[in-house]
Design a protein around this ligand. Structure first.
Ligand code: V47
Length: 350
């Protein structure tokens, strides 16, 4: 059967199929990705009202692509107190957020309580607020630092009120590339194992992929297929988020930005390969707002949220430090021919 026949019949695609899709005409690829997107969501595009908080940038790990860590070219180490975090949350709740997304560096100078107790403090004050926190990389760091198992940390997350896990720290699963860009951080197998344990606890998570650095197209498809295999087993991933690599202020030498064509093709291919992950998120922070809007024509059905403040990607050059206003978000989606639908963190329509 040819690749086009497979696409027409909506057959599951292989690694070789995924690589071959990059040679297809961009608009034809977009057409196949749009057919699936429209079957699932019509013209609806999801967004949410959220706030990102990055409580510390002091990190024991050394990821070559990271511009956020204070050991990088951005030497302004900080660690927020719980009161500072709670004050930030209070302000954002007044602004109408429904989700707080808390991700930190791997700070060996703070205690386990610093990481965990803030979640129960937030939940005690704002029981309706969805707490999305701790990447698999942070869970692995905490388990290693405190001589605990991944399961121990997951049990604590549930106990302290974490509602869902963000998809960070996945980067690229290929072990050779991973060694070069973030050696020493959570391994691919551990990343997948931690999400599996989280899903087994009855919880949902997201999955990211960092692309546009030194990885090959085959590495991207392999990454997607490893996620698809786990999703077959657990069904716990809500969204896949391809993160476009930002080149500034870090130590990874990458000569060129990705082309818009390569980004849109990757978006469309992720919709086609990941037949079992419902939502494909075009994260406007790393793709730019304009390309995130265009991604709606290439399989993406979610544009993430208003964010308010963003530190990790903006440190590396993304224009996201101050988020986007809700009315702007809504108008942009409408003006691009789609129907903006506010969602909660578990993809229920609000
Ligand atoms: O894991 C770090 C990435 C991620 C760079 O789950 C970079 O809903 C591009 O995971 N260029 C953190 N990316 C952000 C993240 C995320 C964002 C939005 C939504 C969700 C979700 C998760 O940022 C890290 C890393 O892959 N990152 N440096 C860089 N130079």
């Amino acid at each position: 059967m040819t690749l086009v026949e497979k696409l027409k019949q909506k057959q599951r695609l292989t690694l070789e199929d995924g690589i071959a899709l990059y040679d297809m005409d961009l608009l034809e690829l977009g057409k196949y990705a749009s057919i699936i997107r429209e079957e699932k969501f019509g013209k609806k595009t999801y967004y949410n009202i959220n706030r990102h908080i990055n409580p510390t940038n002091i990190c024991k790990d050394v990821c070559q692509f990271c511009a956020y860590s204070s050991s990088r070219k951005n030497p302004n180490p900080y660690a927020m107190t719980h009161d500072e975090i709670l004050n930030t949350v209070e302000q954002s709740v007044k602004n109408g957020i429904k989700e707080v997304h808390i991700v930190s560096a791997h700070n060996p100078d703070t205690g386990l309580e610093w990481y965990l107790e803030v979640f129960s403090k937030i939940k005690a004050k704002y029981p309706q607020l969805h707490v999305k926190a701790l990447t698999a990389a942070e869970i692995h760091f905490l388990a290693t630092e405190y001589n605990l198992t991944h399961q121990d940390i997951i049990d604590k997350m549930v106990e302290y009120g974490v509602d869902s896990m963000p998809g960070g720290g996945a980067e690229i699963f290929d072990e050779e590339v991973r060694k070069r860009i973030c050696g020493g951080k959570v391994s691919s197998d551990d990343w997948l194992e931690i999400h599996k344990l989280w899903h087994k606890a009855g919880k949902k998570s997201n999955a990211t992929m960092l692309f546009g650095h030194i990885e090959s197209r085959a590495n991207r498809i392999d990454h997607m297929i490893r996620l698809r295999n786990l999703q077959d087993e657990t069904g716990g991933f809500n969204a896949f988020i391809p993160l476009v690599y930002q080149r500034e202020n870090n130590y990874l030498k990458v000569e060129n930005d990705l082309t818009a064509q390569e980004i849109l093709k990757t978006m469309a291919i992720s919709r086609l390969i990941l037949d079992n992950i419902p939502n494909i998120k075009a994260y406007w922070v790393t793709s730019t707002v304009k390309l995130a809007l265009l991604s709606q024509e290439f399989g993406a059905n979610d544009l993430d949220g208003t964010i308010e403040k963003e530190s990790i990607n903006s440190a590396a050059g993304a224009k996201s430090a101050n988020g986007l206003a809700q009315n702007e978000f809504v108008s942009l989606i409408k003006n691009s021919g789609f129907i903006p639908v506010e969602r909660d963190s578990l993809y229920n329509e609000v």
